[in-house]
Design a protein around this ligand. Structure first.
Ligand code: CP
Length: 324
């Protein structure tokens, strides 16, 4: 266990050691247990978290806001469109000034080619920890919650096979931050990680290389497939979700046309039957029901999506309690 995390940013799990991630999980399980028992754990009394959103959210806002209050503090929700950011306040102003008002700055900025750099620029100017609530590259708190859920449902993740797969969705070009973060973290825990996607839906190559290196060091494995059905075969965990083909085209019309070639990439009961009998179905949500996944699967006995969403609360509280 690591006990010296005060002041640390959480921008990507890759910048935390495995020992440090184990500490987060350990604290998250403890806080979850305490909440179930009704034991107060107000270790951040009088601390205030800024929650700056450039993008919509159901789970992330609610779980951070509730989490900081359960720790004895307060969450200040800030919609970027209500600030002076569009009138000149740069990332430096946000880091310098919010760093003096608040005890932590959490940011969601998912704009392609913008978000990660923005969060890093705020962090460079801030005297308090900066927490990434999702950017164009990473969604670290989602993936910590995913790992916690896998441990709850399956025990030791080492040697388990997870299929991180593209799935079709019609709603919008979703960020690739979830699959990138999944391949980066699950390879570090010795899992056999399959990344399955059509050729146009590549992830950023630097992170694919990093995932390969993580797998080599942790004695797991990492492979890339382009056959949707093959990705499900004998998997312990299936995580099919949509993302955009931003590395293939920046044209929204063209990307919609490319995506339409893959309307058959929907998770249904036949595909779930290709995975192990006790396989679990995971999704970060929101999902496009009956386009990305059938109601029968997402509401079925193998789905763990609501426990997964709950665990956002516990891992976020753990990181806030350790860093703020
Ligand atoms: N999974 C997730 O981040 O959900 P929201 O976009 O609703 O916050």
């Amino acid at each position: 266990m690591q006990t010296h995390l005060r002041g640390r940013d959480m921008i990507t799990t890759q910048e935390w050691t495995k020992d440090e991630i184990d500490t987060v999980l350990d604290v998250a399980f403890e806080l979850k247990r305490q909440r179930a028992l009704g034991i107060s754990h107000a270790s951040l009394r009088d601390k205030v978290l800024a929650m700056l959103f450039f993008f919509t959210s159901t789970r992330t806002r609610a779980s951070f806001e509730s989490g900081i209050v359960q720790l004895g503090g307060h969450g200040a929700f800030i919609d970027s469109t209500t600030t002076q950011i569009s009138h000149g306040d740069t990332a430096k102003e946000i880091g310098e000034i919010y760093g003096r008002y608040f005890d932590g700055i959490a940011i969601r900025q998912c704009d392609w080619g913008v978000g990660n750099q923005y969060i890093r620029d705020v962090a460079a100017a801030s005297r308090v920890p900066v927490l990434n609530m999702q950017c164009d590259h990473f969604h670290p708190f989602q993936i910590l919650a995913d790992l916690m859920t896998i441990i709850e449902k399956k025990g030791d993740p080492r040697g388990l096979t997870i299929n991180v797969s593209y799935a079709y969705a019609a709603s919008y070009q979703k960020p690739m931050s979830v699959p990138i973060s999944l391949i980066l973290l699950m390879t570090r825990f010795g899992m056999n990680v399959r990344l399955t996607h059509p050729p146009e839906f590549n992830l950023m190559p630097q992170y694919v290389e990093q995932a390969k290196e993580n797998a080599r060091k942790a004695r797991g494995s990492f492979e890339i497939l382009d056959d949707f059905d093959a990705g499900f075969k004998d998997a312990d965990i299936v995580y099919p979700k949509s993302w955009g083909c931003m590395l293939t085209t920046s044209d929204l019309q063209e990307s919609a046309e490319i995506s339409k070639k893959y309307t058959g990439w929907i998770t249904d009961e036949r595909r779930m039957a290709l995975a192990k009998e006790d396989a679990i179905y995971m999704h970060c949500l929101p999902a496009d029901r009956n386009i990305e996944v059938t109601d029968g699967v997402i509401d079925g006995p193998q789905s763990v999506v609501y426990d997964e969403a709950e665990n956002r609360l516990h891992v976020q509280k753990a990181v806030m309690a350790l860093t703020m």
